[in-house]
Each structure stands twice: as C-alpha cells, then as structure tokens.
Design a protein around this ligand. Structure first.
Ligand SMILES: CN1CCCC[C@@H]1Cn1ccc2ccc(-c3n[nH]c(N)c3C#N)cc21
Length: 243
C-alpha cells in the first residue's frame, strides 16, 4: 500500500517511521510519502489560509494551494487513490473502515488546520472522479488532521499482510467479533497479592475460551452497551449470564 499525506506540519507524521510501522516501511510492506503543503504556495509568505467568507472565527485553508497540491499528489491514474479528509464533521472511522481501506492500493490523506479546508477542494476532487471520504476519529475536537491521520494509518497498516508478527492478533481484535477484549495477564502468578485467575493457569482450553468470552461480554455490557445492542438480544442475555 502507498500512503501520501499532505500537511503544513510534516514532522507531525514522523511517528509513522517508528516501531512496527517503520519496520513495515523498511520491509516494503508499506510506502509512506509526506508532503509539505507550503511547497505549492507561490508567495513570499507561503500563505495557506485566508479569512472566511461570511465572517466567523479563525481562518480557512485556501483552495488554490490545496488544488495544486492534490493535482500533483493524485496525478497517478495507474494507481487509483482514495482521498481521506479528517474532520470532526466526518463519518465515524471504525474498525470496519480500517478493514475496508486495508484493501486499497493507495490512500491520500489531506490534513486540514485552522477552521478546515475550503469546501470547493473536496467538490472539485469528487467532480474529477476521486473518491473522497470525510471521516472523524471521535466525538472530540482536535486542532488539525495530523493526529487523526496517525491513528487511521496505524489502524489500517496493522491489518496489512505481514505487518503484525502474529496475524491472529488482528483476527482477534477488539471489535472483530463485535465485543471489547477482556483482561490480559502475564507472569508473575501473584503480584502485590493479586493472583492470575485460576482458569488461565489450568490448561483447559475450552474453559479458558469460555472465561475470556464471558469477560468480553461483561466488559462490553458495562462499557459499550451500544456494541451489545448491535449484536442483538441474545448477546445481552449472554452478558448478563456471564457476570
Ligand atoms: C477546531 N477547529 C475549528 C472547528 C473545526 C475543526 C478545527 C480544527 N481542525 C482543522 C482541521 C481538522 C481535522 C480534523 C479535526 C478533528 N477534530 N476531532 C476529530 N475527531 C477530528 C478528526 N478526524 C480537527 C480539525
């Protein structure tokens, strides 16, 4: 997969080259290119923003600069791209989104700042046949799109074949079966007078699987009842029995 990110703060995306994702890049499983939006400005001040029409607080990112940047970055007809624009006004980014995007050959991320990007940039891209996804990583307000891109790229890249050491990790993710993951334990057997649950030390794999399922049901019921509702009434009954 090829990932391009356009931003006025390229260094914000440096964490993509660390650890697991950095190793995936080194192994050729992932290609990441970060572009400085200001490279497409033509004035001495490298202006990327201007006052909003209709008044209001803050500034809006100029369409001319974004238009030229995306013309260049998206100019690869042989590699169809999906343009992703993080915004608090976007559709929720979920694990299902991550799985869908993991099948793409290329993702291009446009990181807005200020009050956002002039709407005509997205309209123009869609008019030129580009798939444009406006997505939000959660119901809180950030200062710009870069942190959201870090979140989304990590969620997508970990699903790519070969990126995770153990492919079972992705298959057994939280949300993969609609439930939150239950608690995890490792050595020592007793720590600060707290013992590992007996069932996990007993070697009965069927009992361990049931215990883990019950803890996942219980945790989901307590923390994310909305997820349980989505699984239907049997799941809620099972969660109540699991407690
Ligand atoms: C605060 N300021 C005025 C109100 C509108 C947003 C703006 C800041 N801002 C500019 C570009 C930009 C992109 C994403 C996000 C963002 N916030 N929360 C999310 N879940 C996000 C995503 N994904 C915020 C952004």
């Amino acid at each position: 997969m090829r990932i391009d990110v356009v931003t006025i703060f390229p260094s914000y995306l440096q964490p993509l080259r660390e650890a697991l994702l950095g190793r995936a890049i080194d192994r050729g499983l992932l290609e990441v290119a970060v572009h400085d939006l200001r490279d497409w400005t033509h004035d001495v001040h490298q202006a990327v923003d201007d006052s909003p029409y209709g008044g209001g607080p803050g500034m809006v990112m100029r369409p001319q600069v974004w238009g030229e940047a995306l013309d260049d970055v998206l100019a690869t007809p042989d590699l169809p791209a999906r343009l992703v624009v993080p915004t608090p006004a976007g559709r929720p980014f979920t694990q299902a989104t991550a799985h869908a995007w993991a099948a793409e050959e290329r993702l291009v991320f446009a990181c807005g700042r200020y009050e956002g990007i002039d709407e005509r940039v997205l309209l123009d891209a869609r008019a030129r046949g580009i798939t444009v996804d406006e997505v939000s990583i959660g119901d809180y307000v950030l200062v710009g799109g870069e942190v959201a891109v870090l979140v989304m790229v990590e969620a997508v890249a970990r699903l790519l074949p070969g990126v995770l050491g153990n492919p079972r990790s992705a298959a057994e993710d939280s949300f993969s079966d609609g439930l939150l993951e239950g608690p995890s334990y490792t050595r020592p057997e007793v720590w600060r007078e707290l013992a590992v649950p007996d069932v996990l030390r007993g070697g009965n794999h069927a009992a361990i699987a049931r215990w883990r399922r019950d803890r996942a049901l219980e945790r989901t019921r307590d923390r994310r009842p909305d997820l349980l509702d989505a699984l239907g009434p049997d799941a809620l009954d099972a969660a109540d029995r699991a407690a």
